[in-house]
Design a protein around this ligand. Structure first.
Ligand SMILES: *[C@@H]1O[C@H](CO)[C@@H](O)[C@H](O)[C@H]1NC(C)=O
Ligand SMILES: *[C@@H]1O[C@H](CO)[C@@H](O)[C@H](O)[C@H]1NC(C)=O
Length: 274
C-alpha cells in the first residue's frame, strides 16, 4: 500500500513523454500519492469554458468551429483564470497606482472581459506573484507543447519541475505490437503478459480480437517523430531554466518509484520523528 505524503512547498510540474510512455499513468499515481497535487488540464479548461459559455469559451468555440487552432494566448488566459480563481497567483506587487501600464496590469486581474480581447499576455509587465503554499501544487497537462509556449507560460507562473519520461522506442513498439483488444467488452490482452487462451480470440466470447487505432506501429512512429520535433526545444528550454529532470524505465512500474523518490526529495515534508 502506498501512503499519502504531505508536501512542504508548492510543486508546479509538467510531465513530458512520447506517446505510449505512460504519462497519464504517472500523473494519476502522483495525484494519488500526493493529495495536495491537483490536475490542471488545458483541454478540460477549454471544454468547461465552452460548455459554460464564458467570454473566453465563446471566443474559443468560434475559433474551433472555423477550423482554426485555439490560439496559445487563449489557452494561457484560461490557465491564468484558473490559477487566479484558485487563489494561487496574485497581481504583481505595486499594481495599485495610477500610471497607465499599471492599469493594464490590473485589468488582467480584473473582469473576465479584459482577458478576452487582449491578444497576448505581454502587457503583464511583471509576472504575477505565485503562492508557495503546498496546496497550490499542480500537474499541468496539455500545455505547453512547444518552447515558445513554455516561454509564454514562464511569464505567468514558474514551473519548478519538468519530468522527461523516457522509454526506449523499441520497448514501446513491442508493447503496442503485443496489445490486442476485444472491442465490444474493452478487454485488453497482450501477448507478453496476458495472452488470450486461444491466439487472436477473446477468452470469454471467443470473438476475434482487433488492434486499437492507436496501436498501429506506423501511426505511432509518425506521432513519435512529431513529438520529438517539438519536445526537444521544449526540454532544452526547461533544461536552461534548471528545472528539467529525466527518468527512464521500460515500464510504468519501473518509472514510478524513481519519480516518487525524486518528487519527495524536492517537495515532500522531511521524515517525521517516530
Ligand atoms: C499487459 O496487460 C496487462 C493487463 O491488461 C497490463 O497490466 C500490462 O501493463 C500490459 N503490458 C504491456 C507491456 O502492455
Ligand atoms: C529495457 O529494454 C531494453 C531494450 O529492450 C533492454 O536492453 C534493457 O535491458 C531493459 N532494461 C531493463 C531494466 O529491463
Amino acid at each position: 500500500m502506498l501512503n499519502n505524503m504531505g508536501l512542504s512547498k508548492a510543486a508546479r510540474i509538467i510531465l513530458v513523454g512520447a506517446p505510449g510512455v505512460g504519462k497519464g499513468t504517472q500523473a494519476e499515481r502522483l495525484l494519488q500519492r500526493f493529495p495536495q497535487l491537483s490536475a490542471i488540464s488545458s483541454g478540460d479548461l477549454l471544454r468547461d469554458n465552452v460548455k459554460n459559455q464564458t467570454p473566453l469559451g465563446i471566443k474559443a468555440e468560434s475559433a474551433i468551429k472555423s477550423g482554426a487552432l485555439v490560439p496559445d494566448a487563449m489557452i494561457l488566459r484560461l490557465i491564468l483564470h484558473e490559477l487566479k480563481h484558485r487563489g494561487w497567483i496574485q497581481p504583481p506587487k505595486g499594481t495599485v497606482g495610477l500610471n497607465l501600464s499599471t492599469t493594464a496590469r490590473e485589468q488582467d486581474f480584473g473582469a473576465e472581459d479584459h482577458f478576452v480581447n487582449s491578444p497576448t499576455l505581454a502587457n503583464l509587465a511583471a509576472p504575477p506573484r505565485t503562492s508557495d503554499d503546498p496546496s497550490a501544487s499542480f500537474i499541468l497537462d496539455g500545455f505547453p507543447r512547444t518552447a515558445g509556449q513554455a516561454g509564454q507560460l514562464d511569464n505567468l507562473i514558474p514551473i519548478n519541475l519538468v519530468v522527461s519520461l523516457r522509454t526506449p522506442a523499441e520497448v514501446i513498439i513491442e508493447r503496442i505490437a503485443g496489445r490486442w483488444v476485444h472491442a465490444p467488452s474493452g478487454r485488453v490482452y497482450n501477448t507478453t503478459f496476458n495472452a488470450p487462451k486461444v491466439a487472436g480470440r477473446d477468452d470469454i466470447t471467443g470473438e476475434k480480437l482487433t488492434k486499437r487505432e492507436d496501436d498501429d506501429e506506423e501511426t505511432w512512429m509518425n506521432r513519435l517523430a512529431k513529438f520529438e520535433e517539438t519536445s526537444e526545444p521544449l526540454l532544452n528550454h526547461y533544461a536552461q531554466k534548471g528545472v528539467l529532470w529525466e527518468v527512464s524505465g521500460n515500464s510504468s512500474d519501473e518509472i514510478s518509484p524513481k519519480l516518487f523518490k525524486e518528487f519527495e526529495e524536492r517537495f515532500a515534508e522531511g521524515p517525521r520523528d517516530p
